[in-house]
Structures are given as structure tokens and as C-alpha cells.
Write a protein that binds this ligand. Structure first.
Ligand code: HOZ
Length: 429
């Protein structure tokens, strides 16, 4: 092994974090993972395999984060790994066309009905930012509707009442974002179609698109109420606006066709994230051919990137998605595991336990959660205490009340039973 790869002797997560803080803001490259909101110092992960992650001190954890979604087949999937190794042998990045990007695009367009054309980018943030540009270019309109508590990455226009880390740290509107950057962002309440209709009535002919997480998975986990997504579709159609589903979390997770297929509602455009790169840094946006045909160099909507369509990331994505496509029973298996977890927890606690497909959340409150304001009523102190006990018992979940729990096929019934036993202790205290 190359020397620099070795863990420094006697290093602990705490000692490395102290170093990290000297060189990186908050010691991290993404805020939630600093564990700040749960009052702890983060664990540094050294390796992962199957359902487990291992920290640099050799502790094992059952992993319910799964790199925030993409590790749906568990860590170190042998097929994905082999594809990465074989592709890396041929070079790491070309900044030029390669046949793997065409294969991945074809795989998605041939199997997801509402994606006629797709553009690969490098992250969900990039996908959303570019997708909104395409929607604005197509409609010739400036305004966009987003929902309080939905998180669409960290581009300026979307950091308004944003979920995920922004919500976790009480900074839903980010510093450094100018008034000008957000003046065209209109806010609606999740699951409240009247709030959407009012925005359209007040801004007639000016709204380019609605962007929504069809299942809101960045304010905890909030499910769309019956008819909500259908109504968004109708409002868009009536007003000549486009409907964008942000499927960075739900895409290829609720089913191969994501939430759109799960709920039977067709968006005009869709954004994807890390799962289409098998965990490598990839994102994509796609949808209607007439809209995507405006993207450069075919049309005037500019968007570019040297790393876009990176061959290694494409190879990982192809092998990941091919496995999901060829083994549709995977989704049933995942849903069954998640249901077992959710049902068991509901027997243990009056807290609101939410689940759909392979996503779950335990809101530390007893009321049902339909939107951002409801989610904010959760007892984050209670969450932090539970998080600490889970971690001490070898269970790794997102370190924030406002993130979701992710299941992978690698998580065994035994893993879940162990997890439930720990929850039993937490709720009986
Ligand atoms: N805010 C991200 C989850 N919704 C966390 C990203 C990370 O820390 O890797």
C-alpha cells in the first residue's frame, strides 16, 4: 500500500478532526457530516463493505446513510467495483466524448419513459441549476416555484428555506446569496396546493417551472399527500409552466422510474444525482426532447463541464443501473426491509415514523408531518440523544433530524433486528 494511504499511527477520529479544522471550514467538505447539530465529533470512515462502514479506529457500524443514497446495493458492490477498476486502467479523464456516456444515456432514456434526452453533469446541485436554466430558456420566463424545506443543492437561487444542512443549522436562507439571486424564487408550502395556485394567480404568465422533491427527503421524510403531485401537474399545464421532479434521492430508488413512475405523475424534466454514478460524482438532468433540444450546442441554453460524462463514473453508473433494471425484485426486497423497520418502530414509540420504499425517518414528535413547519416542531435534543446511543451501539444514521434513513439490499434482517433492539432501549428510557 502507498504510504500516504496508511492511517497515521495512533490517529483517532477526534485527532484527525482537530487537524481537519485547521485546514477546512468546520473540518469538513459538507456541513452535515461535521455532526455539529448532534453535539458530537464526527467519525472518520476508513472503509465500507456490504451493509457496514468502518471508522479509522476499527469500529464497525451498520450503515443507514449509504453515501446519501447511491449505495442501494450496499458498499463495494463487486460488479460496480470491477467496472471502475477496468475503466481506470484506460485513463482517468479525457474531457472528450467517450462511448460509456452514450451507453448510460441510452440505458436511462430507453427505460425511463419521461426521459427522452439527458445531459450528464457532476452533482445534483449542478443538475438542478442547469435544469432550471433549461426551463427558463424554454418558457422565456424568470420565476420558479420551490417548496419550503425541499433541498435542491446549493446553487444561489435554491437556497431559500432550503432543507438538509441549511435546515439543520438553522440557516435556511444562506449568507452570501444576493437578493437579486433569489428574487425570482417563489416559495410554496409542501402538500398545500392552494399556496401554489396563489403564486400562479399572483404571477400570471411569469412562472417558468415548479421544482419539487416528489418525496421530500431533506426535511426528514415527508410524503406527498394523495393528489398533491397530480395537482402540481395540472397547475403547470394550465399555466404553461414546466414541472421538474428533483429525483436526486428518489430516482432509481423508489423504482427504476423513480417517484414519477411510483406515483404515476409525469414531470417535464427530472434531475438525478449520485445513484446514476454508482456513488461516483455524477448528476444528470433530462426529460422532454423539445426542452432538452435547447441545451448547448443544440440550442442557446449554455451548460458545460470537463468532468461531465467521466468514463469511470459512467462505467460505475451503467453497472449499478443495469443491476437495478435486471433485478426488479430488488425494490420489493428493499421495501420489505424498510417496512419491517418502520412497523417495528411504530410498536415501540408514539413518535412519527415515516417510510416509503427504501426510505424512512423517525420524527421526534408525535404529530404527523406534512410540511416544513411541521418538521421543525421535532425535538432535536431528543433526536441527538438517540443518535448518540445508536452510534455508540454501532449504528450509523444521518446526523440530523432533517435527513432520511436509507436502506440497501445489503442490510440484513439481523442488522435491522439489532437496530430495533437499540431503539427499544432508547424509547424505554
Ligand atoms: N446534505 C447532504 C444530504 N442531504 C449531505 C451531504 C454529505 O455530507 O455528504
Amino acid at each position: 500500500m502507498m504510504d500516504f494511504l496508511k492511517i497515521p499511527e495512533n490517529a483517532t477520529s477526534k485527532s484527525i478532526f482537530e487537524d481537519a479544522k485547521k485546514y477546512m471550514p468546520g473540518g469538513v467538505n459538507s456541513p452535515v457530516r461535521a455532526f455539529k447539530s448532534v453535539g458530537l465529533s464526527p467519525v472518520f470512515i476508513e472503509s465500507a463493505d456490504g451493509s457496514k462502514v468502518y471508522d479509522i479506529e476499527g469500529r464497525e457500524y451498520i450503515d443507514y446513510v449509504g453515501s446519501w443514497g447511491p449505495m442501494i446495493l450496499g458498499h463495494n458492490d463487486p460488479v460496480v467495483k470491477q467496472a471502475v477498476f477496468e475503466t481506470a486502467e484506460k485513463g482517468l479523464s479525457f474531457g472528450a466524448c467517450n462511448h460509456l456516456e452514450v451507453k448510460l444515456a441510452e440505458l436511462i432514456c430507453d427505460n425511463v419513459k419521461h426521459v427522452e434526452m439527458i445531459r450528464m453533469v457532476n452533482s445534483g446541485t449542478e443538475a438542478v441549476m442547469s435544469c432550471i436554466r433549461a426551463a427558463r430558456g424554454f418558457t422565456g420566463r424568470n420565476k420558479i416555484v420551490k417548496f419550503e424545506g425541499c433541498y435542491h443543492g446549493h446553487s444561489d437561487a435554491l437556497l431559500v428555506k432550503a432543507g438538509s444542512g441549511a435546515m439543520t443549522f438553522g440557516e435556511p436562507n444562506s449568507g452570501g446569496v444576493t437578493k437579486g439571486a433569489v428574487e425570482d424564487t417563489l416559495l410554496a408550502r409542501y402538500n398545500d396546493i392552494e399556496s401554489v395556485k396563489k403564486l400562479f394567480a399572483d404571477n400570471r404568465g411569469e412562472i417558468a417551472c415548479i421544482i419539487v422533491e416528489p418525496v421530500a427527503a431533506n426535511m426528514g421524510l415527508v410524503l406527498p399527500e394523495k393528489g398533491f403531485l397530480e395537482s402540481l401537474r395540472e397547475v403547470c399545464d394550465e399555466n404553461g409552466a414546466l414541472l421538474i421532479f428533483d429525483e436526486v434521492i428518489t430516482g432509481f430508488r423508489l423504482g427504476f422510474g423513480g417517484a414519477a413512475e411510483y406515483f404515476g405523475v409525469t414531470p417535464d424534466l427530472v434531475t438525478y444525482g449520485k445513484i446514476i454514478g454508482g456513488g461516483m460524482p455524477v448528476g444528470a438532468y433530462g426529460g422532454r426532447r423539445d426542452v432538452m433540444s435547447l441545451v448547448s450546442p443544440l440550442g442557446p441554453v449554455y451548460q458545460a463541464g470537463t468532468l461531465s460524462g467521466n468514463p469511470i463514473a459512467m462505467a460505475a453508473g451503467i453497472t449499478m443501473l443495469t443491476q437495478l433494471l435486471n433485478n426488479p425484485y430488488i425494490y420489493e426486497e428493499l421495501a420489505a426491509k424498510c417496512k419491517y423497520f418502520v412497523d417495528s418502530l411504530r410498536e415501540l414509540t408514539d413518535f412519527e415514523v415515516v417510510g416509503i420504499g427504501s426510505l424512512a425517518c423517525v420524527f421526534h414528535q408525535t404529530s404527523s408531518v406534512k410540511n416544513y413547519n411541521d418538521a421543525l416542531k421535532s425535538d432535536t435534543e431528543s433526536f441527538s440523544k438517540a443518535f448518540k446511543i445508536l452510534l455508540e451501539n454501532g449504528i450509523y444514521m444521518g446526523p440530523s433530524q432533517f435527513e432520511s434513513i436509507f436502506f440497501s439490499t445489503a442490510i440484513t434482517d439481523e442488522d435491522i433486528t439489532k437496530t430495533i433492539d437499540v431503539f427499544k432501549n432508547i424509547f424505554c428510557k
